[in-house]
Ligand binder design. Sequence first.
Ligand code: ADP
Ligand code: ZN
Ligand code: ZN
Length: 756
Amino acid sequence: MKYVDVILPLPLEGTFTYSLPEDFVDSVAQGVRVLVPLGRSKKYIALVDHIHENKPEFQCKPIIEVLDRAPIVLDSQLRLWKWISDYYMSPLGDVYHAALPLGLKSLDKYKPKMELYIGLVEKYRSEESLKVLLNILNRASKQQKVLIDFLTLSHWDTLENTVPKEQIQEITRDELMNVSHCTSAIIKALLDRGILYSYEKEVGRLNTVSQPHLDRIKVLASAQQIAYDEILRQFQEKSVVLLHGVTSSGKTEIYIHLIKKALEAHQQVLYLLPEIALTVQIMQRLQKVFGNRLGIYHSKYSDAERVEIWKKQLSDEPYDVILGARSAVLLPFQKLGLVIVDEEHETSFKQQDPSPRYHARNAAIVLAMMSGAKTLLGSATPSMESYYNASIGKYGLVKLKTRYNNIQLPKIEVIDIKDRQRRKVMSGPFSTELLKAVRNALAEGKQVILFQNRRGFAPMIECKVCGWVPKCDNCDVSLTLHKNLNQLTCHYCGFTYRIPTECPNCGSTELTSRGYGTEKIEDYIRELFPEARVARMDLDTTRTRNAYERLIDDFSSGRTNLLIGTQMISKGLDFDNVSVVGILNANNMLNYPDFRAYEHAFMMMSQVSGRAGRKGKQGLVLLQTKSPELPIISQVVDNDFEGFYKNLLQERLMFHYPPFYRLIEVFLKHKKEDVVSSAGYELGNKLKSWFGERVLGPDKPAVARVKTLFIRRIIIKLEIGIDYKKVRGYLHHAQEQMIKNPRYGVLQIYYDVDPL
Ligand code: ADP
Ligand code: ZN
Ligand code: ZN
């Protein structure tokens, strides 16, 4: 008797064993989907991981059906899934769930797209009979016209005797209606008369427009060429190379050359970006060079489209280059040769919720190693981890210190807003210097970017009399005011609330908003610069897939000239005409109670500054802050990444943080605070008995209740070199013991490995 171990699309650890009825033995293989029973009546689409003859000790059920003729998940993918599940301590079922588009996991979700085609009935497929037919139709001129259009489109009009001189083309009914400007009734008449016939055919959703006109690849400037050669040289010794190139140094062009080289060697390339907004611009640049060999994959694509890309990657004609956000790392690749992780420092590469909480950059490096491929990480502000790995020789390192065309990096002026607030010379969130710079830029026909890292109108409203602040019923956070929507919103659970007219605490009607979100900045700007063509880019304005494209196209083409945005605008966008960038309040980023706050703030400020003056004259950045004296501010001004990195590294070493220590955060969640609190202590003590001083907490995280669940967190700091597998074993063991305690019935325990 044979057995199969399968992965179920459920948050369950490991694999599950079923028996394999004789009939299925030949059709089952690793990576094939099978229908399996679970519990009394449920059925799931499971994925075969392993076929064997080891009879399990328990009675196992047989699989019900085999669903595929060939594997839909490749061996390299399964190995990556297991690595993700192990390393990030996420159930394998969660990884399966995250990787596969819905249409491949559920029996009835994916429907192939069908289209109606029109053909010419066989007896009219000769010059002679067509002539007769067209004569007959003299009395039905509309039908005659449609038929003539059809013959032209399909090339049946090239018949010589019974042989068409040109290849016959298949024509859809929609196409015919479109060209002929006719109603479906006329086509129906031709069908009813037995002149034309119709048939259905499966068509893809993927863009199959004919090859666009391709641009020639740009010639690299000498600094770029040196970097390019150096990358290739270092690839001979290292699997991973970090390209540290200042903003607008032309890193993307170097990637394009590397991709071209990989394609010439018949290899596939995965190009990962942190943000969908970015894929729009880079897609346009890559499409000009690689045309239809490029496929795009991210979460704003419909599930049906994602199913089709998945299937295409398994076919004989896969996309050679896949450009995508995080989840693209989970696609099938048959001959991966190169992975590019652009803006590798970006925290959005790490999935926060739900599980698996994986880092796509690290997963991509692992995938590349498993596939014998190379990985290039690129950034103007590398992450501490990557830069450290490069500095100790684990990764290669290539630097590009000048902007393309020797354009100067922007001039950064620091503006002390504390001082100006005291002197009462601020106009709302703007200093006079910033307003002047905006005015000048617009007058010169230039563009402006304003960065404010908060969406909504204001981060909170407050009672002027008693200080009451409305909070979410489900979460431990104050509500954000969204004035355009006329509501308060919780940014943690998404719940919305009516804006109160009076304070429930003291009855006062004096409720004011505090702080600035992008919406409020937009209101100010529209009032101060009525002539400006303003756009706003944040989570609220980019809910749909096309919204990104429109915002970026409008700004690129100059239809808008002042762009306000959150961190979304800081990431690698390439606009030609931006001369001024304003950072409205750097302190928003510096005041987080998190050891990474400065790292993130440095990256954000440097990156958003990098959007200024990318072509032509040197750009100007106005950096408003309440703490101009901080070293980080002058490091941003001087573009002193190395200095910044050195300081931070000292600190990390001293306080036992990455890259010298690895962190695992253990989260506990429960509806009742007393339950989660005592569970936190119990688990904390248990872990301390094994790991000693390495365990911190339990404590309450900054937001200690989300979606009605109370949260406790335990932090474990592990020195490099510790037996990590053993640690995971202990953690799983402790978790099992906790869950067994009936007091902790529905307690949730999960992990965030390498939290950001
Ligand atoms: P980065 O990715 O480092 O921010 P980009 O690759 O976006 O920089 O380059 C900045 C700008 O310079 C882009 O508009 C790009 O088209 C242009 N550019 C870079 N390298 C070249 C080149 N070799 N030839 C022509 N234009 C280039
Ligand atoms: Zn009040
Ligand atoms: Zn909430």
